[in-house]
Design a protein around this ligand. Structure first.
Ligand code: PRP
Length: 178
């Protein structure tokens, strides 16, 4: 892996088994909340795609899917506060019940931009699920409707999350010491 630490040297914060159990429970909760209503699920690229793939298979609902590319971080570990749209929505969300799927809620800056961007497209409702939440890092006071795990202020990789674009493929969530 070149200069980067080998994956197995990184401490595991959340094992694949623990993640799987929690994602199943979140799916059951979302299914119960939207019972009988179509749900449009929007994954925020890139970090959310692994979580989204697993979560979707626990939704027993009439689901449609889209992706939105929203990037805030560069190659480092600190949020730059700058947001770029890297992929727009494919379909209109006007009048739809929308669930955003994020991998991590950190400073809240991305979510704050995201909420305003999507609300302008007039969905019928808008909720957010995030696998991970770091509440101690919050700069903008936002909260998610569905949270997988609250975690401390450590930099995590795996299960879709990266450090300098690496480690997204790791099945467990591990801690990187930058
Ligand atoms: C991460 C994550 C969230 C955002 C959270 O995305 O997916 O979108 O940062 O941070 P914030 O609450 O401090 O704004 P990132 O920009 O790293 O892009 P990626 O998902 O493509 O890795």
């Amino acid at each position: 892996m070149g200069a980067a630490a080998r994956a197995e040297e990184l401490k595991v914060l959340l094992s694949r088994q623990k993640i799987a159990r929690r994602v199943r429970a979140l799916g059951a909760q979302i299914t119960a909340d939207y019972r009988g209503r179509p749900l449009h699920v929007i994954g925020i690229l890139k970090g959310s795609w692994v979580f989204m793939a697993d979560l979707l298979r626990h939704l027993d609902l009439d689901v449609t899917v889209d992706f939105l590319g929203f990037a805030s971080y560069g190659l480092g570990t600190a949020s730059s506060g700058e947001i770029r749209i890297t992929k727009d929505l494919d379909a209109s969300i006007e009048g739809l019940e929308v669930l955003i799927v994020e991998d991590i809620l950190d400073t809240g800056r991305t979510f704050n931009h995201l909420e305003r961007f999507l609300a302008a497209h007039r969905p019928k409702s808008l909720k957010v699920s995030t696998l991970l939440d770091k509440p101690t890092r919050r700069i903008v006071p936002v909260r998610a409707d569905y949270v997988g795990f609250e975690i401390p202020d450590v930099f995590v990789v795996g299960y879709g999350l990266d450090f300098g674009h690496r480690y997204r493929n790791l099945p467990d969530i591990r801690i990187v010491q930058p």
